[in-house]
Design a protein around this ligand. Structure first.
Ligand SMILES: Nc1ncnc2c1ncn2[C@@H]1O[C@H](COP(=O)(O)OP(=O)(O)O)[C@@H](O)[C@H]1O
Ligand SMILES: N[C@@H](CC(=O)OP(=O)(O)O)C(=O)O
Length: 564
């Protein structure tokens, strides 16, 4: 039974589920006690809906097991926030989208969210391109850089369409223009300056959105991540979040809420270098990591990442539009999928969620009714064969052959110490007694200038040639088959059948220890064809007689029965 109450002029809808504790009610401007709610027929607990703030609060509750409410009853304080809701650039690309996102947030009245936003639409790319152009255009031309105009137009138009004050963005846009002039004068764009430059995207989007939320009566407060405790390494453009971040965030958000409740609107992607104290970024797509970090810091019920697709799909829809949503994933599967190139999630974003054991839900902000993908610690894998196919292009592969390797102690250690010294990560490895084949993580190389990359690769080869014969193979792709490696023979049999039929020779294969990933290396120019054929075979075709399967279908979440 639901009821309606009026306290201090604020209408409160009460659902007989929770009875809020006195202190929490006071924070919200209410003044009632469990007895009053019991009188209303709320036998156990109640949710109080503050219709003025257009929000429900499942604030700390007291279970009324006894008939009588006594003053001595302990009102346990409950955590205030319930979920993180992260919206990517595609979800907040225009005023219209921001309005829809605001309504979407408010359509969950039982949640108290921390909202994380990325930069609007293509703003991060435009900022990076503007920075590159500023290096060579000359200070007098910096104001005319086309990408600067695009950024200004988008943000001025958005505030106008949302009916909020232009001062919310004007000082930041002026500062951005000054920065581009500075870059033009210096004729140089360091990684540190690059991070400062791209930070304008998230700083602008969150300010606009918070102002709009306040305008429509949903009290919100904007936060710059680098000011509230996101402490990172000083690896500009690819910083890692440090442990000190978690307690700092919890304190800041909880203290602010206790003092003056408002929905936090936080910049994704950004942090503050622990030594430099300068703005850092978490790598492209890093707002997902911002969201999971907050989820762990506050011990929330769920982390929601809202995208422009119906969840994590069986493969990249830009390669294969027939890709289907994957309803459930484990943290391990999602981490492998992200690490091996599925753009939908940031490669490091699963770590805090797994550590904090907070489920992650990937949803579509353009289609909120779609169930999306739920990522959890475990799921029943017994009937799962393949979950998703991921393609990572532009990979460099090294074949390292040592005639002295046979029985030579420490060869692998020497090889890997060379990579460690040069700060290059290795993705996939396969070894034999006399050789080792490996691929290099392109994202680590991509963050460097092209010339620097070439120099670094030359150095790797030079160093390795002291101990082995090295063959450098570029333009390769890694196709990762994410699924149940317990069925590896079945997966491989099917995959190799498909590849043979398509005349593709696999150059390297690795199963790894993850139990969820088999990686195949092929030439770049054959990779897309392979992914399409594999997707068809694993997710769409039932016709697999040569595999002796009795199930009607195999693939994502479907039943696989092997005829013994
Ligand atoms: N396996 C996959 N599942 C879902 N989306 C994928 C996958 N692989 C690549 N993508 C791409 O990722 C995009 C969503 O990620 P992203 O651009 O980071 O979204 P946002 O900017 O909204 O956070 C999709 O539009 C899709 O093209
Ligand atoms: N704006 C940053 C961070 C980010 O996470 O963006 P998105 O959520 O739109 O992928 C980027 O483009 O990399």
């Amino acid at each position: 039974m639901a009821a309606s109450l009026h306290f201090h002029g604020v209408k409160a809808a009460v659902t007989p589920k929770f009875i809020p504790s006195k202190p929490s009610l006071k924070n919200l401007g209410f003044n009632c006690c469990p007895q009053q709610l019991q009188l209303m027929g709320c036998k156990s607990m109640a949710i109080v809906k503050n219709t003025k703030m257009n929000h429900s609060f499942t604030v700390n509750c007291l279970k009324v097991e006894e008939e009588r409410y006594t003053q001595q009853s302990s009102f346990e304080e409950q955590k205030t926030f319930t979920v993180v809701m992260k919206f990517g650039g595609s979800s907040v690309s225009s005023a219209e989208r921001m309005k829809e996102v605001a309504q979407l947030i408010l359509s969950f009245p039982d949640e108290i969210p921390v909202v994380v936003l990325s930069a609007m639409g293509k703003t991060t790319n435009n900022l990076l391109n503007a920075g590159e152009k500023a290096v060579s255009c000359g200070a007098s031309k910096a104001s005319d850089i086309p990408e600067l105009s695009l950024i200004k137009d988008l943000h001025y138009r958005t505030v106008a369409e949302l009916g909020i004050d232009v001062s919310v963005v004007s000082s930041h846009l002026e500062e951005l223009e000054q920065l581009l002039k500075g870059i033009a004068m210096m004729k140089e764009l360091t990684l540190r300056t690059k991070d400062y430059l791209v930070s304008f995207g998230e700083c602008l989007s969150t300010r606009i959105f918070a102002a709009y939320m306040n305008k429509i009566g949903a009290k919100a407060r904007q936060y710059d991540a680098f000011d509230i405790g996101f402490i990172t390494t000083d690896d500009f453009t690819n910083a890692d979040i440090l442990e000190a971040t978690y307690p700092a965030l919890a304190k800041r958000f909880n203290d602010d809420w206790a003092a003056d409740p408002a929905i936090p609107i936080v910049t994704g992607f950004l942090g503050k270098g622990c030594k430099s104290c300068a703005i850092t970024t978490l790598g492209r797509g890093g707002s997902d990591l911002t969201a999971t970090t907050i989820g762990k810091a506050l011990g929330l019920r769920e982390i929601q990442v809202w995208k422009d697709v119906d969840g994590v799909l069986t493969c990249d829809p830009t390669i294969y539009p027939q890709a289907q949503p994957v309803p459930y994933l484990t943290f391990d599967e999602a981490a492998e999928l992200a690490y091996f190139g599925a753009q939908v999630l940031h490669p490091q974003s699963m770590r805090p969620a797994r550590e904090g054991d907070v489920p992650v839900r990937v949803k579509n902000s353009y289609n909120p009714k779609a169930p999306g993908t739920l990522i959890n610690r475990a799921r029943d894998m017994s009937e799962v064969l393949l979950t998703s196919i991921v393609l990572k292009r532009n990979v460099t592969m090294l074949d390292i052959v040592s005639t002295r390797m046979l029985g030579q102690f420490g060869f692998l250690a020497k090889v890997f110490s060379i990579f460690e010294d040069l700060g290059i990560s290795v993705d996939v490895v396969a070894t034999s007694e006399v050789s080792i084949s490996l691929t290099l993580d392109p994202s680590k190389l991509w963050s460097r200038e092209l010339i620097q990359q070439a120099r670094e690769l030359d150095r790797v080869v030079e160093e390795l040639e002291n101990i082995a014969v090295v063959n450098l193979l570029q333009n390769r792709s890694i196709i990762s088959l994410i699924g149940n490696v317990q069925y590896s023979s079945l997966i491989l049999e099917k995959a190799f059948h498909v590849l043979r039929t398509n005349n593709v020779n696999v150059q390297m294969i690795s199963q790894g220890a993850s139990k969820v990933n088999i990686s195949l290396i092929v030439n770049d120019d054959e990779a897309e064809k392979c992914v399409k054929a594999l997707h068809y075979a694993f997710f769409e075709s039932n016709d697999v007689p040569e595999l002796h399967l009795s199930a009607a279908t195999i693939g994502n979440g479907s039943v696989v029965r092997l005829d013994n």
